[in-house]
Design a protein around this ligand. Structure first.
Ligand SMILES: [Fe+2]
Ligand SMILES: [Fe+2]
Length: 283
């Protein structure tokens, strides 16, 4: 335990739990992402990791919950747990529908992820488990920020399918420093913090691409030239976002890094305003 037993989340960020009815996520068209198989399968693959991953994140933080003395950070841990439980449940509904559509490779992979994380939870050092969570929360937070900052990524998606992703992205942004601040309180070891990010970068991120390709192959769409061209055009349009993504990713390796160095309160507040005014999580 060190003297950093404090929350460094800005005071105007509240980690709220929102229960939103996500219409249609259990009954989606096969290519719910604007009829684009490449983008649909990319996000389906990412979604597969959430239910098991987020339960693991919760447990890894709970291991140290009683060592946290700062009342603000204690309250934020409760918010973090409640948000992640809800994400896990909603993505489980989303994913079961994808499996029902015949993407059994994803379902098999989810079982494998469950076994791997259960093994890590049972046998791994608790501080390592927390460091894995901190690394994955960083990947999730920077991905969420790119989604929120670049409406073009979701421009062809019906609002009812967008809602789940924007809601999740906002809440990931709100709680992005909770596991990090707990880690700083109970360890703060730089190498322990960065090593899991290196490992996740060469395992977890490529596995999303591989699963996306497997699903495309299952659909016999790996050479769908029209969609490939659409994707290339989109990639061109979001190049600045990819530069941002790289910058935000690399920031984690700084010794004095904190998740709120990447301040995205503007997009969080924009979304919250829309949600308060319309009750909708996306337009
Ligand atoms: Fe989440
Ligand atoms: Fe999270």
């Amino acid at each position: 335990m060190n003297d950093l037993n404090i929350s460094r989340t800005p005071d105007d960020i509240k980690i709220d739990v929102r229960h939103i009815e996500f219409e249609g996520i259990e009954n989606k068209p096969r290519y719910w992402h604007g009829d684009n198989p490449i983008l649909t399968h990319g996000l389906n693959a990412a979604s597969m990791f959430f239910p098991q991953g987020e339960i693991f994140f919760i447990k890894s933080v709970q291991n140290f919950q009683n060592q946290i003395t700062d009342p603000k950070l204690r309250e934020e841990i409760n918010g973090f747990i409640a948000q992640e439980i809800t994400h896990s449940q909603q993505h489980d509904v989303f994913n079961k529908d994808v499996y029902k559509q015949g993407y059994k490779d994803l379902q098999r992979m989810e079982k494998l992820v469950h076994r791997l994380l259960a093994g890590l939870h049972k046998f791994g050092p608790k501080k390592l488990q927390l460091a894995v969570t901190v690394a994955l929360e960083h990947i999730t937070a920077i991905g969420a920020n790119v989604l929120l900052q670049n409406p073009i990524l979701m421009q062809d998606v019906e609002p009812k399918y967008k809602e789940l992703w924007y809601w999740h992205a906002v809440e990931e942004s709100e709680h992005k420093a909770v596991a990090f601040d707990v880690f700083q309180a109970v360890s703060g070891n730089y190498w322990l913090r960065i090593l899991p990010l290196v490992v996740m970068t060469i395992t977890f991120i490529p596995s999303i691409v591989v699963l996306q390709l497997i699903s495309l192959r299952r659909d016999k769409l790996s050479s769908d030239a029209k969609k490939m061209d659409e994707n290339k055009a989109l990639l061109e349009a979001v190049k600045p976002a990819l530069v941002q993504l790289r910058h935000d990713y690399m920031a984690y390796y700084r010794k004095d890094f904190h998740p709120w160095d990447l301040d995205n309160r503007d997009v969080i507040n924009q979304w919250k305003k829309l949600y308060q005014e319309t009750g909708k999580a996306a337009v």
